[in-house]
Design a protein around this ligand. Structure first.
Ligand SMILES: [Zn+2]
Length: 355
């Protein structure tokens, strides 16, 4: 079968070509159009159509860099199918370094949108009808919300077979199996028959090199598994599917000293954080309520009673195997970091110290 030209919002892309576009999604107070930038990579051969989107929450930046790197790495002449890259779904939020739209709404609570709804609904409608519905699969990239940090993980509705296949292909160690907010991009897309997953990694308002790399590898895993592109493959250190998890909350207001971070394996009773108060020597421990893997923590030390300190996934009998796999992965990462530091020193013209 011959590949045909691809058309998005009136712009045509020939097989084996790329096109960068600006999709109008709203207008500013000065009536200037507000655009979502996007790149279409239209393969020379037919195949699945995949969207990769980022910054639906405008301050979640790791995905923006994942998308940029993918646009450099994928050569359309060697691609089967089509990849639509949208680095910034929510330009308003990015202008303001904010998760939200100017009226305080969360764009990711308004999909599939409506042409005559509020600002968020109209933007969601433009993105959904003009971009997302052209695709067969989707990957939406996020980080933790401001003030938190997340272990890289996938969120997917594994009851949908296409979504389960996509989640497996992505190759994350941890997959949260739940449908998500009904008006989120991913839930709306899945309901529309477009299997879609979310990849979460790291924290907002940062470019975190190792998490960016994980995102790139995950998308490349999908391209390879779906026979779209001959990309390098990254195998996960382990795989766990999560349905139940535990939020540990601050029992009282004060200031925390954290003793764990995402990726830590904890045992019931371990001290997750020390809670202190600004006056005196009044300190207390926040113990782990169960054995498990820490997948998210706060990174702001000030807490109210009830602030989520830590998110723990119970792993049951798999905990020891996960702990061992993490130790191997960490040793490998340490070696890579040391090599990178040596290369930096060499590039800077300094001698590499003998170890
Ligand atoms: Zn998000």
């Amino acid at each position: 079968m011959r590949q045909r030209a691809f058309t998005l919002d009136g712009t045509t892309v020939e097989p084996g070509h790329r096109k960068e576009m600006k999709l109008p999604v709203s207008e500013s107070y000065t009536a200037a159009p507000v655009h979502a930038p996007l790149t279409v990579l239209h393969g020379a051969r037919p195949g699945p159509r995949l969207f990769v989107t980022a910054a639906v929450h405008g301050d979640e930046l790791n995905g923006v860099e994942v998308v940029r790197r993918l646009s450099l790495a994928i050569v359309p002449e060697r691609l089967a199918g089509t990849v639509i890259l949208v680095p910034v779904l929510n330009p308003f939020g990015m202008f303001a370094l904010s998760r939200y739209l100017p009226d305080g709404t969360d764009l990711n609570r308004y999909f599939p949108g409506s042409p005559d709804g509020n600002v968020a609904a109209q933007m969601a409608h433009a993105l959904f009808t003009k971009v997302l519905t052209l695709c067969d699969y989707g990957i939406d990239l996020h980080t933790a919300t401001r003030g938190r940090t997340n272990l890289p993980h996938v969120r997917a509705d594994l009851s949908d077979p296409g979504t389960a296949r996509l989640a497996r292909a992505f190759g994350a160690e941890v997959v949260f199996d739940f449908p998500g907010h009904e008006k989120s991009l991913r839930a709306a897309a899945v309901r529309h028959g477009i299997p879609t997953i979310v990849f979460e990694a790291g924290e907002s308002l940062k470019f975190q090199r190792k998490y960016v790399q994980r995102g790139v590898r995950g998308v490349q895993n999908v391209l390879r598994a779906f026979d779209m592109y001959d990309a390098p493959r990254r195998r996960p250190a382990f795989r766990v599917r999560v349905r139940h998890s535990v939020w540990v909350r601050a029992p009282r207001g004060g200031i925390l000293m954290m003793h764990c971070r995402p990726g830590a394996v904890v045992r019931r009773g371990d001290n997750l954080a020390t809670s202190t108060r600004p006056f005196g020597r009044d300190v207390s421990a926040i113990p782990a309520p169960c054995d498990g893997l820490v997948v998210s923590t706060t990174n702001i030390p000030m807490v109210h009673p009830g602030t989520a300190v830590c998110h723990i996934v119970r792993l049951g009998r798999r905990l020891a195997a996960v702990e061992a796999a993490l130790a191997v992965a960490r040793a490998r990462a340490d070696r890579r970091d040391a090599d990178r530091r040596d290369a930096d020193r060499r590039d800077a013209g300094n001698p590499v110290p003998r170890s």
